[in-house]
Design a protein around this ligand. Structure first.
Ligand SMILES: Cc1cc2nc3c(=O)[nH]c(=O)nc-3n(C[C@H](O)[C@H](O)[C@H](O)COP(=O)(O)OP(=O)(O)OC[C@H]3O[C@@H](n4cnc5c(N)ncnc54)[C@H](O)[C@@H]3O)c2cc1C
Length: 538
C-alpha cells in the first residue's frame, strides 16, 4: 500500500486549490482521488457548453432530489461535476464572492479567521481580474476573471436601465465595495475558455512530481486506527484499492459526497449508521444535516427585439456563432447565459440584499428532454429575468440509503418549507414584474410568457413559483463548521470534531449559505483550508 502525506478526496473547486497549495513547496506528497475523469472535453472548455454537460453522465453525477412538497411535489435535478475541476468544470461561471456580512457572520459564529477582511487577501491573491486591481480586486493570481462589460447582449442595457428605474443602483462590481444593485456579471473564463479550478490550480500542480491524481477513483471508505484517519479505500476499474495518509485525509468531495463518505465511514447520525449496520466510529448528528441551498425561478418574456434565440436557434446562426467561437474564441458561446444580474432587498427594512437577479437574453420555455436547451432556445425572441433567494431559512438533509458507496444518497431539500422563505419569494417575483414594467423594458416586451398575465393573486403566484422553482446548484453546510461539536461537523480549522487526521474542506463546511453563487467561496475555502493544513505541518 502506497503512503502519501496527504490524500485529497475530490478534485473540485476546493480540492484543486488544495492539491496546488499542499504540493507547492515540494515537501509533501499528495494523492488526489477523483471519481470522475478528464476535463479535456470540448463542452467543458467552451463556456456555453454547460448546456450540454448539464445532464451528461460522463461528467455529471446527475443527482435527483426527493419529491419536494415545497416544489409542488417535483423531484428536482441536481447536477454536480464528476470530473477534474468538479462542479467548477460544469457551472455557469458567474464570479461572485458573497457579501462581506456573510463571512463576518461566519466569524461571529465562533470561527476566527473566516471574516471578510480575513479572507479578502486570499480572494484578491487567487484572481487575475481583467477589470484591474483595486481595494477589492486582484490581478496576477492563477484564476482569470473576465470583465464582460463590452461583450454582453445589447438587451442587457435595457435590463440595467429598467433596474435603475425600479430603484436599484447601478453596480459596477458586485465583488467591490457593495453588493446591492444591478450590473454585469464577471465570469471565470480566460480567452474564451472556461477557467475552472482544475485549469487554474490542479493542472499546474499535476506537473509536479509529488502530485498523483487518480481519475475514475471513487473513495468508498475512510480507514481508521482508533479515532485517527490513516487512509482511504477506493474503487477503480472494478478493483478495491487502498492508500495510506501519513499526515491527513482531506475530504473535498462537495456538499453531497463529503457527508456521504463520512456516513459510509462511520461518522454520522448514530441511529442512521446503526440502522444500516455501519460500525459507529464517531457519532455526529450534524453530518448531512443543515443542508442549505438557493432556489430560483425565471420570469420569461416575448420581446419585440431580437434576442440570442434568433442567433442560437437556426442552423445558420449556430454555424455563425460556432465559427466565431472556433476562429476568435469570442461571441455568445464564450460567455455565460447570465449576462447581468443584481442583488436587492425584498423589504427596505432589511440591512442587506436577500435576493439575486439574473438577466438572460434568451429563453427556453419549450422543454427538450435530456438537455438544458441553452443551445436550442425558443423560436421567438425571448428573454428571462431570473431570481434566487440568498439566505433562505429552509433546511434539508443528505443521508445515505445503504452501505453501498455506489448508491446515491437521499437528498431532501425542503425548499420553501418556512413562511419566511415563501413570503420573500412572493415579494421578489412581484419585484421582477416591477422591473419588467419599467419603461426601458416595457417598451420592448410583447408579452409575459411565464408565468403569464393570468397569474396575479398571491395564491397563484405562490403556486406558480413552487411548481416552477428549482435548485440553482448551491448546496452547502452539510458538514458545517463551528466550534461546538453538538452543532457542527468540523471545527474552525476544518478538522472533523472528535477525529484525528481528518478534515473536510469544500462548500459543505459553510456555516451558512452566502449571498450569491458559491464557486468563489468554495475556492477560497480551499485556499484558506490549505493555509490551515500547512500551519499544522510546518
Ligand atoms: C450546473 C451548475 C451551475 C453552477 N453555476 C455556478 C455559477 O455560475 N457560479 C458559481 O459561483 N457557482 C456555480 N455553481 C456552484 C459551484 O460550482 C459549486 O458551489 C462549487 O464548485 C462547489 O465546490 P466543491 O469543491 O465544494 O465541490 P465540487 O466542485 O463539486 O467538487 C467535488 C469533487 O469531488 C468528487 N467526488 C465526489 N465524491 C467522490 C468520491 N467518493 N471519491 C472521489 N471523488 C469524489 C466529484 O466528482 C467532484 O469532482 C454551479 C454548480 C452547478 C452544478
Amino acid at each position: 500500500m502506497q503512503t502519501y502525506d496527504f490524500i485529497i478526496v475530490g478534485s473540485g473547486s476546493a480540492g484543486s486549490v488544495l492539491a496546488d497549495k499542499l504540493s507547492a513547496s515540494g515537501r509533501f506528497s499528495v494523492l488526489v482521488l477523483e471519481a470522475g475523469g478528464t476535463d479535456r472535453r470540448f463542452y467543458v472548455q467552451m463556456p456555453l457548453g454547460y448546456g450540454k454537460t448539464f445532464f451528461d453522465p460522463a461528467v455529471n453525477w446527475n443527482y435527483k432530489a426527493e419529491p419536494d412538497p415545497g416544489l409542488g411535489g417535483n423531484a428536482d435535478h441536481w447536477p454536480r461535476g464528476k470530473l477534474l475541476g468538479g462542479s467548477s468544470s460544469i457551472n455557469a461561471m458567474v464570479w461572485i464572492r458573497g457579501a462581506r456580512e456573510d463571512f463576518d457572520d461566519w466569524r461571529a459564529a465562533g470561527n476566527p479567521g473566516w471574516g471578510y477582511d480575513d479572507l479578502l487577501p486570499a480572494f484578491k491573491a487567487l484572481e487575475d481580474n481583467e477589470a484591474g486591481a483595486d481595494t477589492w480586486r486582484g490581478v496576477g493570481g492563477p484564476l482569470h476573471v473576465t470583465d464582460c462589460s463590452n461583450t454582453v447582449h445589447p438587451l442587457t442595457k435595457r435590463y440595467l436601465a429598467a433596474g435603475k428605474q425600479a430603484g436599484l443602483p447601478l453596480n459596477p462590481d458586485f465583488n467591490g465595495a457593495a453588493q446591492e444593485g444591478v450590473g454585469i456579471y464577471q465570469i471565470s473564463t480566460r480567452n474564451g475558455r472556461r477557467m475552472s479550478a482544475a485549469r487554474a490550480f490542479l493542472r499546474p500542480a499535476m506537473k509536479r512530481a509529488n502530485v498523483r491524481v487518480e481519475t475514475n477513483a471513487l473513495a468508498s471508505r475512510i480507514l481508521f486506527e482508533g479515532k485517527r484517519a490513516v487512509g482511504v479505500e477506493y474503487l477503480q476499474n472494478g478493483r478495491t484499492n487502498t492508500a495510506r495518509a501519513g499526515r491527513e485525509v482531506i475530504l473535498s468531495a462537495g456538499s453531497i459526497n463529503s457527508p456521504q463518505l463520512l456516513q459510509l465511514s462511520g461518522i454520522g447520525p448514530s441511529a442512521l449508521l446503526k440502522g444500516l449496520g455501519i460500525p459507529v466510529v464517531h457519532a455526529s448528528e450534524n453530518v448531512g444535516a443543515n443542508l442549505q441551498d438557493h432556489v430560483g425561478i425565471n420570469y420569461t418574456f416575448k420581446g419585440k427585439l431580437p434576442t440570442l434565440n434568433q442567433i442560437l436557434r437556426p442552423w445558420w446562426g449556430k454555424l455563425l456563432v460556432g465559427m466565431q467561437y472556433i476562429l476568435t474564441r469570442s461571441g455568445p458561446l464564450s460567455l455565460s447565459m447570465n449576462h447581468a444580474g443584481g442583488f436587492f432587498r425584498t423589504d427596505p427594512a432589511f440591512s442587506r440584499p436577500n435576493m439575486q437577479l439574473y438577466f438572460q437574453a434568451f429563453s427556453t420555455v419549450i422543454p427538450k428532454g435530456g438537455e438544458r436547451p441553452i443551445l436550442t432556445p425558443d423560436p421567438w425572441p425571448g428573454f428571462s429575468i431570473g431570481l434566487s433567494n440568498c439566505r433562505p431559512s429552509s433546511r434539508g438533509e443528505i443521508m445515505i440509503r445503504s452501505r453501498n458507496p455506489l448508491d446515491y444518497p437521499k437528498i431532501v431539500a425542503n425548499a420553501y418549507s418556512t413562511n419566511a422563505d415563501v413570503d420573500e419569494m412572493l415579494a421578489a417575483v412581484k419585484f421582477v414584474r416591477k422591473i419588467a414594467a419599467m419603461p426601458a423594458m416595457a417598451e420592448i416586451i410583447a408579452e409575459e410568457v411565464l408565468p403569464g398575465p393570468s397569474i396575479q393573486s398571491d395564491a397563484d403566484l405562490i403556486t406558480d413559483f413552487r411548481k416552477r422553482s428549482g435548485t440553482v446548484y448551491h448546496p452547502v453546510s452539510t458538514c458545517r463548521m463551528g466550534p461546538d461539536p453538538a452543532r457542527a461537523v468540523v471545527d474552525p480549522r476544518l478538522k472533523v470534531h472528535g477525529i484525528e487526521g481528518l478534515r473536510v474542506i469544500d462548500a459543505s463546511i459553510f456555516p451558512d449559505n452566502i449571498t450569491g453563487n458559491t464557486n468563489a467561496a468554495s475556492i477560497v475555502t480551499g485556499w484558506k483550508g490549505a493555509e490551515l493544513v500547512l500551519e499544522d505541518h510546518k
